[in-house]
Design a protein around this ligand. Structure first.
Ligand code: SAM
Ligand code: SF4
Length: 327
């Protein structure tokens, strides 16, 4: 079991399969792209599957594939199938910008993918193009439709709140999500990577919630939506729920149940710090057994940091980017 000094148990893994992306969201990735790890440095499917076997032995039960954009990694459905077949793994889910969903979603479903979160900050084609620097929103809509047609229900729509850019769109995003049987989640902008210098765009979920209350009746939600940090409320008029994720205004570090692995195999105990243990080096060391790697992971997570500290660590200690670690 993975348990730390604060008695938090980790049973959820967020695994980045690539640090590449086909978009350049203004708050995430620089226009020129990142200083990428390169093909040799990222974990192969075989390495990932072995690692998840080890983590399953330590109590990890659910795996979220993320990135960068996970669907730019070739043959992702094969990886999904391999992870699903690891004994002890109960659920494999995906976070995507949706651009490449249309062509891959059938294979992902067949491979055993359980659920999908789609990242969408706006319904406006122009704004989408602006935020992502070149994205075509139609591709996301097509991806969502294809996912629904393939049988994925209760898709979660992740909207990163940006004051003065998209905060006025929450009611319309809510109506859109409800009309498609999806669940909207609004997320506070975290000062990581490109967003480090964008504090002017920060708006808290409570400010958004207060504004929503002028238009909708928000009640406690009776549904159970996964195991994450979102706080859900029911929107009476639309017969839907909305999730509020507040890493900055109301951190949920005390109940953190997750660990992360970056695409180059670094074990991350928190989004706010760069991983200091290379599991890739362990996996590629022919003298290291699964038991030895397991012990390294257990020891490292035992000393998991208490919290993200507002992401305001000293310069060299701060997580460089979301796409590098896996948001
Ligand atoms: N490319 C996929 C996507 O966009 O969903 C998966 C990776 S992305 C890094 C995962 C999530 O991180 C997205 O929902 C994105 O909006 C969010 N994200 C990126 N930078 C963020 C920031 N500075 N603050 C809050 N959320 C952020
Ligand atoms: Fe790409 Fe996701 Fe980052 Fe946007 S948030 S640049 S889609 S990795």
């Amino acid at each position: 079991m993975l348990c730390d000094l604060k008695n938090r148990r980790a049973e959820y893994l967020r695994l980045s399969v690539t640090d590449l992306c086909n978009l350049r969201c203004q708050y995430c990735m620089p226009l020129e792209g990142g200083p990428h790890f390169g093909k040799e440095k990222i974990l192969s499917f075989e390495e990932i599957t072995r690692l998840i076997g080890i983590l399953s032995g330590l109590g990890i039960r659910r795996v979220r594939l993320t990135g960068g954009e996970p669907l730019v990694r070739k043959s992702l459905p094969i990886l999904v199938e391999q992870i699903c077949s690891v004994p002890g793994i109960e659920e494999v889910v995906l976070t995507t910008n949706g651009l490449l969903l249309k062509d891959q979603v059938q294979n992902l479903k067949a491979a055993g993918l359980a659920r999908i979160n789609v990242h969408l900050d706006t319904l406006s084609p122009e704004k989408f193009h602006h935020i992502t620097r070149w994205g075509k929103i139609e591709q996301v809509f097509e991806g969502i439709k294809a996912a629904i047609d393939a049988g994925f229900d209760f898709i979660k729509l992740n909207m990163v709140l940006q004051k003065g850019i998209n905060d006025d769109e929450v009611p319309n995003m809510l109506r859109f999500a409800a009309s498609q049987g999806m669940v909207l989640r609004v997320i506070e902008l975290m000062p990581i990577g490109e967003a480090l210098t964008q504090e002017d765009h920060f708006i808290s979920v409570s400010q958004v919630r207060e504004k929503l209350k002028q238009e909708f009746t928000l009640l406690p939600s009776l549904s159970k939506w996964g195991h994450g940090p979102a706080v859900y409320q029911h929107v009476s008029e639309l017969k839907t729920d909305i999730g509020f994720i507040s890493p900055i205004s109301s951190p949920f570090c005390d109940t953190c149940n997750r660990i992360r692995i970056s695409s180059d195999g670094r074990l991350q105990d928190c989004l706010a710090y760069d991983g200091d243990v290379s599991l890739r080096d362990c996996l590629r060391n022919s003298r290291m057994s699964d038991d030895e790697i397991s012990a390294i992971i257990r020891r490292r997570i035992h000393f998991k940091v208490e919290g993200h500290g507002g992401f305001l660590q000293k310069e060299g200690e701060r997580t460089p980017c979301m796409y590098g670690i896996g948001g």
